[in-house]
Design a protein around this ligand. Structure first.
Ligand SMILES: CCCCC/C=C\CCCC/C=C/C(=O)SCCNC(=O)CCNC(=O)[C@H](O)C(C)(C)COP(=O)(O)OP(=O)(O)OC[C@H]1O[C@@H](n2cnc3c(N)ncnc32)[C@H](O)[C@@H]1OP(=O)(O)O
Length: 303
């Protein structure tokens, strides 16, 4: 009951994001730890913590949906709203996206959102996923992913839609699109994003095999731009950000749009068909069974 009303609330907010700003902590500012002035005030929502630094024009956005930052409908909604808020505030030119959960950047789709759910819910969920990808992929802000944990599937989608990726050097922090191993298929727009990042042949191999790359291999294949010791992820992300912000915004933004628009337009043209494909695919009995089995395996793996 509580979950259902939460989902309805999140869905309403996706259509009318400002609705979520009322009656929640989103949009409320509070002093950041150790901070004093306006530049050090932070805001956010239950699942997204935003630490803005007005002086540098850079905000750090932290995913905090424990235990593994699975992309629930609520998290997707709150990410879109937080990003939109920063985009509409001309003080900000860049965002560093990172995780507030130990050892995991983002575990990808929240499988409980598509297991045992009705088609209408799966459709609503998938539209929210498309929306987050479109917003991040085409964002006018510089987005740097500071990947401080495991980054499979949907987590990798978020990282890939950023302009630059810095990964912590820990063999457990693997990144990639492992969908095939779950018996599901990456949608065409995700495949396109992969190809745009690592090229056709490497994508062909990695997608079919469901490869999750450890840091050195992720760097080698071009999936991430830097691999650094864990305690240097944040500072390296900030250095990368400075490099990107040294370029005049209008020239960088127009160039980004020129590079990415065709890929995004492809989804925009077929958004409804993509949603229908997703829903009819994940609602098949055979797919539901394999998703259930995968979730069960994850639950049993613990301890
Ligand atoms: C032609 C038509 C086209 C149709 C298109 C069809 C499909 C589209 C696909 C779209 C693309 C995106 C796909 C996805 O993102 S699918 C999700 C893939 N994610 C994974 O495979 C990651 C699974 N998780 C893990 O590997 C690990 O949890 C970890 C992230 C490495 C973290 O490990 P650890 O710290 O050891 O945590 P635990 O494994 O113990 O997990 C803690 C609890 O969290 C639950 N959990 C984990 N991942 C998920 C998840 N993705 N969704 C929901 N819940 C998750 C796990 O069960 C534990 O729960 P418990 O505490 O209740 O036991």
């Amino acid at each position: 009951m509580a979950l259902a009303s939460g989902v309805r609330f999140a869905a309403r907010a996706l259509l009318r994001p400002w609705a979520l700003l009322r009656g929640t902590t989103l949009g409320r500012t509070e002093p950041a730890a150790g901070g004093g002035g306006d530049g050090a005030r932070r805001f956010g929502s239950q699942r997204v913590l935003v630490e803005p630094d007005a002086a540098s024009g850079v905000a750090v956005m932290k995913l905090r949906n424990p235990p593994v930052n699975a992309l629930s409908l609520e998290l997707l909604t709150e990410l879109v709203i937080s990003l939109e808020k920063l985009e509409n505030d001309k003080t900000f030119r860049g965002v560093i996206l990172t995780s507030d959960c130990p050892r995991v950047f983002c575990a990808g789709l929240d499988l409980t959102e598509i297991c045992g759910r009705n088609p209408a819910h799966c459709a609503e969920y998938w539209k929210a996923m498309q929306e987050l990808w479109l917003r991040t992929y085409l964002s006018s802000l510089v987005l740097v992913a500071a990947i401080n944990g495991a980054c499979p599937a949907g987590g990798c989608i978020i990282a890939l839609s950023c302009d630059c990726r810095v990964l912590a050097d820990n063999p457990k922090y693997r990144i990639g699109l492992n969908e095939t191993l779950l018996g599901i298929i990456a949608p065409f727009w995700l495949k396109d994003t992969y190809v745009n990042t690592i090229g056709h042949r490497a994508s062909e191999q990695a997608l079919q095999l469901g490869s999750l790359f450890p840091p050195a291999e992720a760097l080698q294949v071009g999936l991430v731009d830097q691999v650094v010791p864990e305690d240097q992820v944040q500072s390296t992300a900030l250095s990368e950000m400075a490099r990107w912000l040294a370029v005049p915004d209008h020239a960088r933004q127009l160039t980004k749009n020129m590079m990415r628009k065709a890929t995004a337009d492809r989804l925009l043209r077929q958004r409804d068909a993509d949603t229908q494909n997703f829903v009819s695919f994940v609602c098949r009995d055979s797919i539901q069974k394999s998703l259930q089995a995968y979730l069960e395996k994850l639950r049993q793996r613990k301890g």
